[in-house]
Design a protein around this ligand. Sequence first.
Ligand code: FAD
Length: 394
Amino acid sequence: MPRSSYWEQTTFLRSPDVAIIGAGLTGLQAALELKRRQPDLDVLVMERAAIPRGASTRNAGFACFGGPTELLADLDAYGPESMADTVRKRFAGIKALEKNFAHRDIDWVKDGGYEVIDDAEIITQVRNRLPELNALLREVTGLEETWVEVTETNFLKSWTDHAAPPSSLLLHNPLEAQLHPGKLVTLLLNDCHRAGIRFLFGGEVESLEGGAAGAVKIRGAAWGTLHASQVLVTVNAFARKLLPTDFPEEIRPVRNQILLSDPLPDFKLRGCYHYHEGYVYFRNVGNDRLLIGGARHKAGASSETDLFGPNGVPEAYLLEKLNEWFPGRTWTDADFPTRWSGIIAQGDGKSPVLRYASDNVLVAGRLAGMGVALSADLGRRAAEKLLETTTNRP
Ligand SMILES: Cc1cc2nc3c(=O)[nH]c(=O)nc-3n(C[C@H](O)[C@H](O)[C@H](O)COP(=O)(O)OP(=O)(O)OC[C@H]3O[C@@H](n4cnc5c(N)ncnc54)[C@H](O)[C@@H]3O)c2cc1C
């Protein structure tokens, strides 16, 4: 790295009041919230890649709160209050997205969410427990029955000319929606630029050292050392490298695979579909493409990584499920020329982490598979927490 010029030091590399590490949904929305509350604050977002390269631009684009098999598993694991509270936060996030962004260019379509269940034993269990689940969700969604069994659906009608209907239970809620995650992040970046938020793209933060306000050190090969009054770490699944070893919360990277078809003839499927506690998910993209992803539960230890890359095991399983569900057509790898991976942050429990890692270094992340709905609230709470303690401003 060459020595920085005085001109660079006093502009691009100027030490900010708040440095936000990671330009994903959480970091960008936290930056906007900081500026909204305190317009004179100097906010710098630092992103390792040329474009935001985390989960926010590589997800499936579901604005969702979870299917019945996932919610019933949460109910058993964490109890009714915790399950309802998790849905409440996700549902609030969906409503906020709808209010703030649905009218803008993010391809927002509210066709609702579905869950497909194709295991006879689980079908019986879910049918028996659906009244209990709906009763718990009633005060959250305001609907008498949030999830209802459906028979006449686009799922069953898809490829009806040549496909036998699958023997499955299909449940629907009218509240979930889909969007284009790349367009949402682009729009947030534009809003940040308009609000006067600064950016440093293309340089990885390699280490952080907490300290007094104004003395937090941010090191990276692309700039050397920057100082900030406060740092907000929103790198989600990539957080471990930047956290002290005694950070108490588990933040575990898990890789997910996504397959996207070329345009398909006679394609009628619409909506966001969950399968097997959300481990598998699929949706339409536009009028004629199918996106399917997930199956990390089939990948075992090979999915426990923060490195992008393909994984033949979950990818083969996704094709296998399509061939089961839509047997009138043979699905092969060739149907999905576009495929990518993304890294989610898992941990113990369903709630995101919001906690100081060291003096003036706050961590906001671990949004698992629901960050589209949850990131606005987490970003807002992170901004509030930072502003409670920002005292040493230039
Ligand atoms: C395949 C997949 C499908 C998903 N589907 C859905 C879905 O349909 N609905 C839903 O609600 N959620 C979904 N999620 C989860 C959702 O995408 C995430 O919860 C959310 O995007 C997290 O946002 P974030 O801003 O916290 O983190 P990220 O978007 O991961 O952003 C972190 C940013 O930090 C940057 N970074 C990392 N390390 C450093 C460093 N050292 N220095 C500088 N920058 C760094 C990264 O490049 C990245 O841009 C999915 C996730 C994946 C992977």
